[in-house]
Design a protein around this ligand. Structure first.
Ligand code: NAD
Length: 305
């Protein structure tokens, strides 16, 4: 392949992976396992060392990571970090090869995703927004849902890489569309977990057998992936993240901002956004989003420390 004129039909072999946290760490390791040459960079060094143990290479800077890569994946907390790493001084667009493909898999606003694609075009770097759903377990087991926005040819080129990370991989539209679909995903998941939390407090206060109740509920119309994945940890009050309240709060900010822009009215989503904000205000921002349960307990006079 001509390294300076990569086209949408070339195979992606070398991948720079920036952001090796709860999600990025196992995703990068899965790419190594699938045969990609992965070079990783992360703000804290321990995460890079774990990638090296898994068979990847370490980069001390964004510039070093992206310089020779066919594809660059970012898996960073939020808009601010993605913008800084991609557009900032010493960032991805300053150092990535012309013709390379930037795939942002973080959850950020559709508007920022569109702006990144525009900036990429100016630098000759193709861009996809490809956020994921499925949580830490989905990342570890390589069974993520991946919703991609951008040019169809770029999606086709990245499809084998996506299939090394997930099982449901869908091109959902132009730049920003992946983030729009992800925002809807976060709305559904938050409302789902809040309903589950309310059911847990309701069942416990009524003196029901909670494990038996959640088992039978999981088999009916009330069943959901959220219920099946969270019922044991919620019963045990184990709120180790997982997906932090802080990040879900950020995501419902994206949902409510976007809804206001487009004139969509989301009363339940707005309420759950407030309940997530309350969890943060009560010091629970670092806990898993299933700690919405602690908020319901506070409201029901069952607060624990
Ligand atoms: P995380 O905080 O565990 O990981 C983010 C990583 O980025 C950290 O290791 C951090 O050190 C690194 N980082 C931050 N700023 C950096 C910078 N400037 N340069 C280099 N590295 C930097 O977060 P996570 O849970 O892995 O989530 C990542 C993204 O994926 C978020 O947008 C989140 O909303 C989304 N997401 C998370 C989950 C989940 O279940 N955790 C599921 C789906 C999507």
């Amino acid at each position: 392949m001509d390294r300076n004129t990569g086209t949408a039909h070339d195979e992606l072999r070398s991948v720079a992976f920036i952001g090796l946290g709860i999600m990025g760490g196992p995703m990068a390791a899965n790419l190594v396992r699938a045969g990609y040459q992965v070079i990783g960079h992360n703000r804290s060094r321990a995460a890079v060392d774990r990638l090296v143990e898994a068979g990847g290479r370490a980069a001390g800077s964004v510039a070093e990571a992206v310089a020779d890569a066919d594809a660059v994946i970012t898996m960073l907390p939020a808009d601010t970090e993605v913008t800084e790493v991609v557009l900032g001084e010493g960032g991805v667009l300053e150092h990535a090869r012309v013709g390379s493909l930037l795939i942002d898999m973080s959850t950020i606003s559709p508007r920022t995703a569109t702006a990144l694609a525009e900036a990429g075009r100016e630098h000759g770097v193709r861009v996809l927004d490809a956020p994921v759903s499925g949580g830490e377990a989905g990342a570890v087991e390589a069974v993520l849902s991946i919703m991609a926005g951008g040019d169809a040819a770029d999606f086709e080129q990245a499809a084998p890489l996506f299939h090394a990370l997930g099982t449901t991989v869908v091109h959902v539209g132009p730049h920003g569309a992946g983030q729009t679909v992800k925002a809807a995903n976060q709305l559904i998941v938050a409302v789902n977990i809040q309903a589950l939390a309310e059911a847990v407090v309701f069942l416990e206060k009524a003196g029901a057998d909670l494990p038996a109740a959640l088992t039978v509920l999981g088999g009916g119309l009330a069943g959901s992936t959220a219920l099946n994945r969270k019922k044991d940890s919620m019963t045990a009050r184990d709120f180790t993240p997982g997906f932090r309240i802080d990040l879900h709060h950020k995501d419902l900010g994206i949902v409510t901002d976007t809804a206001r822009d487009i004139g969509a009215v989301l009363p339940t989503g707005s309420l759950v956004a407030q309940l997530l904000a309350s969890c943060r205000a009560n010091g629970d921002g670092g806990l898993d989003h299933s700690a919405l349960l602690r908020g319901v307990e506070r409201l029901s006079g069952r607060a624990r420390t």
